[in-house]
Design a protein around this ligand. Structure first.
Ligand SMILES: [Zn+2]
Ligand SMILES: [Zn+2]
Length: 116
């Protein structure tokens, strides 16, 4: 099977969502607050030993208010394996690898599959 990667990434700043279309046909809509809550950088995850794990389940219940921390400033691809997101508060350490990003997908289908 082809490895998971996005075919399209579109940051809708007015709606505060990041739309990602995947090469398996799935589409994800990530609220900016969720992306920030799930920032995979060492600082946000609290240590290198946690870097390989999946997103913390709690990030899906966190409602981060609109602030400079949840305003997306810029996006850039990191090689072919991930996405770097820069936030308006200057935070820019998170590299969302495709597998991780997909696990952050908040849609019902993905949330349901994760619970199994
Ligand atoms: Zn971070
Ligand atoms: Zn999904």
């Amino acid at each position: 099977m082809q490895s998971l990667s996005p075919t399209k990434i579109d940051a809708k700043k007015a709606e505060r969502i990041l739309v990602v279309e995947w090469n398996d046909g799935h589409a994800s809509a990530f609220p900016f607050g969720l992306l920030r809550a799930g920032c995979p950088c060492v600082e946000c995850r609290g240590g290198h030993d946690k870097m390989r794990s999946d997103p913390e389940p709690s990030v899906f219940n966190q409602e981060l208010p609109e602030s400079s921390a949840t305003n997306l400033a810029d996006l850039s691809l990191v090689g072919s394996y991930g996405l770097n997101i820069q936030w308006n508060d200057g935070h820019h350490h998170g590299i969302y690898q495709w597998d991780y990003l997909r696990k952050l997908c908040p849609c019902e289908q993905c949330r349901f599959e994760k619970q199994k």
